[in-house]
Write a protein that binds this ligand. Structure first.
Ligand code: NAD
Ligand code: PRE
Length: 305
């Protein structure tokens, strides 16, 4: 056991996955949960997600030695303000938000002296949300980035141990760098997926039925991503504005170059570009970062008999 009492605030995909993983690996003495709506609290009680579900956030955090904010990024500040006075001295307060600088700015003013605030971000998710969507293996072999921001090292190591216990690999990063990296590997790709699905939706010459029926796997992957929670992603773009706009600017510049290459019939340019991007994908597969990828390319070739 790493923490005696863990309070999960917001019982959606990430918190419910944490609850399952904490139980699987016996990492918490008691798991207390709170959700904003009575319906979510009821569901959580019905499925036995936590040991206890409280009707207020303050009640949930009382006496907890770890408090996890697992709500959309824009809701973190007001929530921290609400629970701040009820946090136990010596407790660790963390979050799982997809953006770090904005969460630090919104939460820090409400953290009482003696409470360790250690932002975190598990790089794992699905397009589903809510208390029934979690599963214990979500964090297995995935990264969790901690942003210690000068916090007590012992408290940081304890939180890192918890994430490792839930199956994740742990790295540390500065908040601004985190937000830039995530703008490249997660936020802008989500925006592009949302846009591509929107384009298909708005076409008049191709019917909805055809888009669904003939959806090839590339587009299907886009639609999976574009089905992600609208509130969560609205908040991501509103709070990681500068980094996303920077990467989006670069994206549109490169898109225009490719558009011109297609118009001009410049096959050499297209081929060279696609050769370079293929190397990135191969690097990901070789590093074992895509467990779903077939491994025929990586299997050792042995001579028969
Ligand atoms: N889904 C992912 O892929 C993923 C991955 C890593 C991190 N995150 C981050 O984790 C956090 C939670 O995401 P999730 O996927 O678990 O979301 P979710 O939609 O499944 O759950 C969010 C929970 O927060 C509650 N909530 C919403 N607004 C609230 C408010 N104003 N006050 C109090 N509670 C509120 C909702 O009722 C719900 O219980 C977000 O900050 C998100 O950026 C998500
Ligand atoms: O697999 C997915 O559904 C995700 O989008 C998960 C994903 C991502 O990889 O971009 C999305 C947002 C998070 O903050 C972390 C992980």
């Amino acid at each position: 056991m790493i923490y005696e009492r863990v309070a999960l605030i917001g019982l959606g995909l990430i918190a419910s996955s944490m609850a399952h993983a904490l139980r699987r690996d016996r990492l918490a003495g008691e798991i207390v949960g709170y959700a904003r709506t009575a319906e979510t609290r009821e569901t959580a009680r019905e499925i036995g997600l936590c040991d206890r579900v409280t009707d207020t956030a303050r009640e949930a955090v009382e006496g907890a030695d770890l408090v996890v904010l697992a709500v959309p990024v824009g809701a973190m500040g007001p929530l921290a303000e609400e629970i701040g006075p009820a946090l136990r001295p010596g407790a660790t307060l963390t979050d799982v938000g997809s953006v770090k600088r904005a969460v630090i700015e919104a939460v820090t003013p409400h953290v009482p002296q003696g409470v360790h605030f250690i932002p975190a971000h598990p790089l794992a998710g699905t397009e589903y949300s809510g208390p029934r969507s979690g599963f214990a293996t979500l964090f297995d072999n995935r990264w969790c980035i901690l942003v210690p921001n000068g916090a007590d090292r012992q408290a940081v190591e304890r939180l890192a141990q918890l994430w490792r216990g839930m199956g994740a690999n742990v790295d540390e990063m500065d908040a601004d760098h985190h937000d830039l990296v995530l703008a490249v590997v997660s936020h802008t790709p989500h925006l592009i997926a949302y846009t591509m699905v929107g384009v298909a939706d708005h076409l008049e010459r191709v019917s909805h039925g055809e888009v669904i029926k003939y959806s090839a796997s590339g587009f299907r992957d886009f639609t999976r991503i574009a089905a992600s929670d609208p509130t969560m992603w609205r908040d991501v773009f509103l709070t990681n504005r500068d980094a996303t706009l920077d990467i989006l600017g670069r994206f549109t510049e490169e898109l225009f170059v490719l558009q011109r290459a297609i118009r001009m019939g410049d096959g050499a340019h297209l081929h060279a570009y696609f050769t370079q991007t293929r190397a990135i994908r191969r690097g990901i597969v070789e590093a074992g970062q895509d467990t779903a990828a077939p491994d025929f390319g990586r299997a050792p070739v042995t001579a028969p008999g």
